[in-house]
Design a protein around this ligand. Sequence first.
Ligand SMILES: *[C@@H]1O[C@H](CO)[C@@H](O)[C@H](O)[C@H]1NC(C)=O
Ligand SMILES: *[C@@H]1O[C@H](CO)[C@@H](O)[C@H](O)[C@H]1NC(C)=O
Length: 281
Amino acid sequence: MRLFIMSVVAVLLALSCPFSMSEVLKTFGKCSEFFSEGQPPVIPGILNPNSDHARYKKICQKYSFTSVGSGYMFATLYDTESRIPVFSAYKYTGRGNFDRPHIPWKIEPQLDPHVGDMTAPYKNQAINEDYFLNDYGMNRGHLFPSCHAANVFTAESTFTLTNIVPQYSAFNAGGWNRMEIESQESMNTNCTDNNGKVLAHVLTGAIPGKNKLNGRVNIPSYMWMAFCCYNSKRLWVSQAYWALNKKERDDEAINKTSLQKLQQFLSQNWVENVQLFNKCK
Ligand SMILES: *[C@@H]1O[C@H](CO)[C@@H](O)[C@H](O)[C@H]1NC(C)=O
Ligand SMILES: *[C@@H]1O[C@H](CO)[C@@H](O)[C@H](O)[C@H]1NC(C)=O
């Protein structure tokens, strides 16, 4: 009977969170296109570009978009202890014309290869249930937001829990949403090439905080975002933002700033000597 119940639980878990097809890899080599100049950021102690890390896992986020096609959509560095991503990296090429997808959230089976061990399922990642019934007023906040996707398949691919952090709903719908719109306008204006095409490389991340959701998932203190592009005026352009993940709704402007200032902020509040892009300074 006990075994039966356990397998029912396993099936239910699997049903509520379909598996992603993404790949957890030693390097970001297969998905280097999502980094400016193919170069992942420098984050001392957290990102070893050429080797595996016990805690911080590199994910090339793969998505099957038709019955025959699949491809890499973005890249994520995932913190298996805090159970939130460090960052997601993606290309912004202009927003596509589609409605926000409504699809089930996915989990990453390769992060928990021993999930058959039902005493400690999903030790290395957050699952959908972690986000249920919380009294914090938290919801699932995207790092790569579906509204920055070029097409509906890319937008769908962002609905994976390895791209998600606990975000206060007022902040998610308020200041952070304004940041997503404002950065989009800024990239549309400043990141156009000679043929009128938009291309920017974006990094969005979260700084771990002191509290946990469901006793398991770190609630970030701050979220940040930066883009870097080379435009038709033959200039490298960047812009950066950060904001406090806070409960109260307010209309305070988010911190729109230079890349350099954001890197200073990250050094003071997180890890020293972070270098997000190699061409944009
Ligand atoms: C980008 O474009 C906006 C207008 O949308 C402008 O106000 C802003 O100064 C530009 N940013 C950079 C970094 O050039
Ligand atoms: C901007 O950053 C400061 C810390 O440097 C923080 O106190 C303030 O709340 C931030 N603003 C927003 C809207 O998050």
